[in-house]
Design a protein around this ligand. Sequence first.
Ligand code: SF4
Length: 384
Amino acid sequence: MELTTSRHLLEPDDGLAAWLAAHGQPAWRAKAIRRWLFAGRALSFADMTDLPAAVRAELEADFTIWTTSIAMHHRADDGTEKLLLELADGHRIECVLLRDGDRRTVCISSQVGCAMGCVFCASGIDGVVRNLTTGEIVEQLLRLARLLPAHERLSHIVVMGMGEPLANLDRLLPALALAQHPDGLGISQRRITISTVGLPPAMDRLTAENPGYHLAVSLHAADDALRTRLVPVNKAIGVEAVMAAADRYWEASGRRLTFEYVLLGEVNDSPEHARRLARLIGGRAALLNVIPYNPVAGMPWKEPTNDARERFIGVLESAGINVQVRRRKGSRINAACGQLRRLAAQSTTDRPPASQSPVAQTKEPNSSTAASTTPRMPPSHTAQ
Ligand code: SF4
């Protein structure tokens, strides 16, 4: 896709209000246009049928709605759908829609690549390329919302895809504000989770500015030696500083913290690792998410055995830790962050495995699946 010089309508500084004034249009049209995009799931200005045709044509000439295109779309048997989006500069990012009962959760990316270097993660293998813009973050939400039928709404957001969200707070926070806004997606802040490896200065900024989000801190090890091996950025930070910053966030937010722990076979899954972890996080209002490692082709890490996993969890539960084992939804479509992007890069000449059931592979900017693409204009909504 060629880089465009027109203004991106999903950026906070899109200039829409000034444009409307300069074109003799009432200010309320800005709100109407946003409602068409967020609630009406419009693909283009042409879909905004209550705008005068001349205004629609002028908007089309001066603004861009979509800067991304869908490079790949996979759907798993459990309802999980994953999009590989190509950005205007040719880089690619991933985002996922997860269905669980009434929940419609999206997992979105915050950067192209990642600088944190977690050794088991496909997203960090090539380092960070750049931050996503606010508009690119919002586009992921809109692209995924369009996969839902008309009567369904996104209910939860987790910023847990490619990138370290706290390294891009300046662009992420305006995107999440738009997601919460009644004229946006109307998703309660309490249903938005920001995940981090633990960057204390940025955690403190969030504590000071906006502690209403659910914070998830990825630990993966309880001691500095092992954590630095698994999460290299830990070398300059240390587990103690991460926990202190998490505690400050908890004091400001009053919300239960979540700690994430990717369980790697024969690396961090012994009873002794569990005891150290229990000592580290014990005594806090916290949930521990244990995530059995999802094997990535070409990486040396193993999934833990069932016995090792049960022993690990047993030690923690005996110590009074609130543990949850996260199910690996969509594992057959490479739902772990970074996997689809790498697969696509490796398979430009190969066909993807049949088990991945590609739904669409297209560079058409406005493509999506059928059934959910008809623009419509429901009333304002707020997810429950
Ligand atoms: S696990 Fe998250 S923080 Fe670590 S390298 Fe991957 S994307 Fe970055």
